[in-house]
Design a protein around this ligand. Structure first.
Ligand SMILES: [Fe+2]
Ligand SMILES: [Fe+2]
Length: 571
């Protein structure tokens, strides 16, 4: 297990170099070389070879703390880069060089060392276009370096667009959970040209391909590059970002690859917030609060043997990495403080939460809803008026009615039928608005957007056989592995409870693939502001790759702006 090869024998880190988006004449020859020569190279260990391949790949952008003024360029290279840097061209200014900081980790299963680089471009002008190039002294394309453009976020109450889906995987079908649809999904983002994209977890499913995790990540990074190098892709971690032997929460790979806004806790990169115009975006790490055990799992019956170079012991059948409660409440404290601050901030009209797992999902062949989120975070969403929650995890589309509060003791045990408290969310309305849109100051709408591009759509939904109304599976307790039918092997139990999904408004049983497109209308002072969400699903049946996306669902959210001094705080 020492060779990070794909099942098809290729090695994506070396044979799948991404095509540059554009090539800039001014970066060629004396321009880029002259800048590099004038800059002191970063110090590297003596063993670094000039022949090592420092060619940038998997290039992607994220917002810094202030999206109107800061963007981070991140990438990886097959070997350690020498003098990794970004050359930034601002309008009417000479190009400037920004050195990148290195993050590295050694995969705990196959022993491959991964090199990633992060250059923070600060002091940018709001709503402005920039050109940049990425290179290093040992960049094989150094004289024709990768170059692209991006746009900074608006500042103040101005319109903008963002998109979202999760559960993307890679286009390399030989990897478990991957599908060609993930290429079309990236193209869909480019088709809608958002300011940025929210990638709500389960990025590439490296952890179900344990012999080659870094190569799966590379295939993912090179697939998303043609969009993520042009506009920030802001991720949250999902259960498939947790990997055996890669750190306390198994997130060494994810954390090495993404430079995300700081949260001031000892868990940088796990959760964060940023604000664009009048919208506060909060990204959470739901593995911290869910009951479901859905991280890496080795079923057996044979042990999983990490490469000898890692020094890690064999992983016994039935082992999973279950991280519920890892922050010991730090994330929830941060969330409440963030929401409380937003309540006092009249520049915030909207609060959008991104997380991977679901509080309200009625997928029948997927995971279902998790009571851990309902208990821990839904009361905060109610108290501070979160408008929208964007999730993945189940590979389908579902929209809830606006919900506030919950009904107790109305669920039943899936096996015995005994009453169970699932904390069933209460809808505040159960019909589409006759005119206007949903006023989300009355209740929070949850969206399942797990249709990025995996090979396992879950767009079959639960139905109560007696009433024929929607029914949801609910996970109300930990589902640790138990012995299965194969001697020596283990299986994970599914959800333990059922409830009537009285909160479910719309489900897409046609296809599990799609993308949500959000357009903010900031409105005018003293008036209303709105967000229009359009969900486009891939045309055709599941597992038939399609580059064609068509409109399936449209929702208008509308509420009062909060910059009128007479306006009451959020409720
Ligand atoms: Fe997933
Ligand atoms: Fe997931």
């Amino acid at each position: 297990m020492t060779t990070p090869k794909r099942p098809d024998g290729g090695d994506a880190a070396h044979d799948a170099k991404p095509a540059p988006i554009s090539r800039r004449e001014f970066f060629r020859g004396a321009g880029i070389t002259g800048i590099a020569a004038a800059t002191a190279p970063l110090a590297f260990p003596a063993e670094t070879s000039a022949a090592a391949d420092g060619t940038p790949e998997q290039i992607h952008l994220t917002w810094g703390g202030d999206p109107a003024g800061c963007v981070v360029v991140s990438w990886a290279s097959p070997a350690q880069a020498v003098n990794p840097r970004v050359i930034l061209e601002a309008p009417n200014a000479a190009p400037s060089v920004i050195h990148a900081l290195q993050r590295t980790y050694t995969d705990g299963l196959n022993g491959q060392t991964v090199f990633t680089y992060h250059a923070k471009l600060d002091g940018l002008t709001a709503d402005a276009q920039y050109r940049y190039a990425v290179t290093a002294d040992n960049d094989a394309r150094r004289h024709e370096s990768f170059a692209a453009t991006f746009r900074t976020a608006v500042r103040g109450r101005l319109p903008f667009r963002w998109t979202s889906f999760g559960d993307l995987a890679t286009p390399v079908s030989s990897w478990l959970m991957s599908s060609p649809q993930s290429r079309h999904a990236v193209d869909a983002v480019e088709q809608f040209k958002p300011l940025f994209h929210l990638l709500n977890g389960d990025l590439c499913y490296a952890n179900v391909n344990p012999a080659a995790q870094p190569t799966v990540w590379a295939d993912f990074g090179n697939n998303v590059q043609r969009s993520a190098a042009r506009r920030p892709w802001m991720p949250c971690p999902g259960n498939h970002e947790i990997e055996f032997c890669n750190g306390e929460q198994g997130m060494n790979s994810y954390l090495a690859r993404y430079a995300l806004p700081d949260n001031g806790t000892r868990f940088p990169g796990h959760w964060y917030r940023f604000q664009i115009g009048s919208v506060l975006f909060i990204s959470l790490a739901a593995d911290d609060v869910i009951y479901q055990d859905s991280g890496p799992f080795h079923a057996g019956p044979a042990p999983l043997h990490p490469a000898p170079s890692t020094g890690h012991a064999p992983i016994a059948p039935g082992t999973s990495l279950y991280v519920r409660g890892y922050s010991a409440g730090a994330q929830t404290l941060w969330l409440e403080a963030t929401l409380a601050a937003a309540q006092q901030d009249t520049s915030v009209d909207w609060i959008i939460v991104q997380m991977h797992q679901d509080a309200l999902s009625s997928s029948k062949n997927g995971n279902g809803s998790d009571k851990g989120i309902r208990e821990t975070w839904l009361p905060l969403f109610d108290r501070y008026g979160v408008d929208l929650v964007l999730c993945g995890h189940d590979h389908d589309y579902e929209r809830s009615w606006p919900v506030r509060g919950c009904n107790h003791h109305v669920g039943r045990d899936a096996a015995t039928g005994a009453p169970v408290d699932t904390c069933q969310p209460q809808p505040v309305m159960t019909a589409e608005p006759a005119a206007g849109g949903f006023d989300t100051s009355r209740g929070t709408i949850h969206l399942i957007l797990g249709g990025g591009g995996t090979s396992s759509p879950t767009d079959v939904y639960g139905v109560n056989p007696l009433s024929t109304s929607p029914q949801a599976k609910v996970i109300t307790r930990t589902n640790r592995a138990v012995p299965g039918p194969i001697p020596g092997a283990f299986v994970k139990p599914g959800a333990d409870a059922l409830e009537d999904a009285i909160w479910s408004a719309r489900r897409d049983a046609v296809t599990g693939y799609g993308i949500a497109v959000f357009d903010l209308d900031p409105g005018v002072a003293g008036g209303k502001t709105s967000i229009t969400m359009r969900y486009y699903h891939a045309v055709g049946i599941d597992l038939t790759p399609s580059s064609s996306y068509e409109l399936y669902d449209t929702v208008l959210l509308i509420k009062d702006r909060r910059d009128d001094s007479a306006m009451a705080p959020r409720t």
